[in-house]
Ligand binder design. Sequence first.
Ligand code: PGA
Length: 262
Amino acid sequence: MSGSTIVPWVIGNWKMNPTRAASEQWTQEFKKILQQTSIKETKCRLAIAPIFIALSEINSQLQDSASPVNIVAQDVSRFAATGAYTGEISADLLTDYGIQYVLIGHSERRELLGDHAPVLADKLRLALKAGLTVIYCVGESLEQREQGIADAVVLQQICDIAAVVEDHQWQTQMIIAYEPIWAIGTGKTASAQDAQSMHEKIRAGLLQLTAHGANIAILYGGSVKPENAKELAACADINGALVGGASLNAHSFYQIADAFAQ
Ligand code: PGA
């Protein structure tokens, strides 16, 4: 790990996976691993984002694990409180069901499910108002990177967030995840240098936008695996990982968390 005082986060994004039986096996295996070698919360914070229907069940399965494992919702409604919005789950209902964290702005939702900037602003505003901590994803496409506009795209996404987040909310309720879209699920990781270089620019942007800029965790996501976790963890501005594919294996997920806990 770097000399930063930010406690890293390693968060497993399970996406539309796995089956109920496989997730129960995962929680049992992960608890067993943590029982042998726990990860101190002061060294690395752990979380997983299961499918909505499994949030409460997995939360209870992990209650007695040797290191706390936080539960993250993968999305939240852009509509408030309760009401006639079939299929939606609001931020207030998430907190009511004991969920404290939510992912917002994942590129899969931006690309496939209509999560455009105004929708994301609504989701972010309501999530923060309800007291959730938000893991907000930013990142450029391959085309944008090739056009040389990656920095501008990502910094614009950070500015979109800043238009919504109030200063005190930056301090305790915001985590940023930089996920270059071309590295997600492709096996292609941004090199540690490329990732660090973008994280440094995000940090500089955050420092301009809020007095809390130095303390906000910036996670890297995109084909993080046990093989590249150490190198990423050694970068000064990479404060953890948002892990997709590799988080479905309890041993791989543990190894990545362990790399960031060192
Ligand atoms: P990946 O996914 O690790 O499978 O590339 C990361 C993510 O989409 O959060």
